[in-house]
Design a protein around this ligand. Structure first.
Ligand code: GRF
Length: 212
């Protein structure tokens, strides 16, 4: 039973899936997700939470009328448990059903992830299982890959290894640089993540594969 106050606070009608979005920076994927959750979409955003007080995504979320919060990762140093306890404390009041990591630049502990099993999604800028981790555009080029892409997956304790919910592919073109790949991939991420969230919130967990 959800606390009435959180329902009233966020104004999300009963029965809709409540989504908290975690960011660390520009928040362009967050904007795409928020913009998609309208009309007959089965989900609504209830919080945008940033690990960086300077994240541009915070202003973008506020401009769209979405409640925001900050848990500054720098304030916790090596204390990941303390950071994650603060994340949970910021998330609990809005009682989300689903968490979407969108440009959230921190690896969450198995303990935190275990509390959101099957309910936490992430978008990763590679075609998983290839190129888990960071600097994926550089690694695609270094590996001579002929295609690149992005993946939305459920978050599990192992980094970038959870069940895949969607992928979108783009070609690697002659002369591509990490920057040109990132620039061509980002708009494709903005199509994939909202499409996957809509299906997921509607109860359809079949993987979705898009051509970029
Ligand atoms: C995106 O490339 C996303 O794949 C990765 O973080 C980057 C920045 O995303 N996780 P955003 O503009 O902050 O959504």
């Amino acid at each position: 039973m959800r606390a009435a106050s959180s329902e009233a606070a966020s104004g999300v009608p009963r029965g809709l899936v409540r989504v908290a979005i975690l960011i660390s920076g520009a928040g362009s994927n967050m904007v795409a997700l928020v913009r998609s959750m309208t009309g007959d979409h089965p989900a609504r955003p209830v919080l945008v939470l940033s690990s960086d007080p300077g994240a541009a995504g915070l202003g973008r979320a506020a401009a769209m009328g979405i409640p925001t919060a900050v848990v500054d990762r720098r304030g916790f140093g090596a204390d990941r448990k303390g950071f994650e306890a603060a994340l949970e404390a910021a998330i609990a009041p809005v009682a989300p059903d689903v968490i979407c990591l969108a440009g959230f630049m921190h690896v969450l502990s198995p303990g935190f992830v275990a509390g959101w099993t099957g309910r936490m999604l992430n978008i990763h800028p590679s075609l998983l299982p290839r190129h888990r981790g960071l600097r994926t555009h550089d690694r695609v080029l270094a590996g001579g890959d002929t295609e690149h892409g992005c993946t939305v997956h459920l978050v599990t304790a192992a980094l970038d290894e959870g069940p895949i919910l969607g992928t979108a592919r783009i070609p690697v073109l002659p002369g591509d640089t990490p920057e040109s790949l990132a620039a061509r991939l980002l708009p494709v991420e903005h199509r994939l993540y909202p499409a996957v969230l809509r299906r997921f919130a509607g109860g359809d967990h079949e993987p979705l594969h898009l051509e970029g």
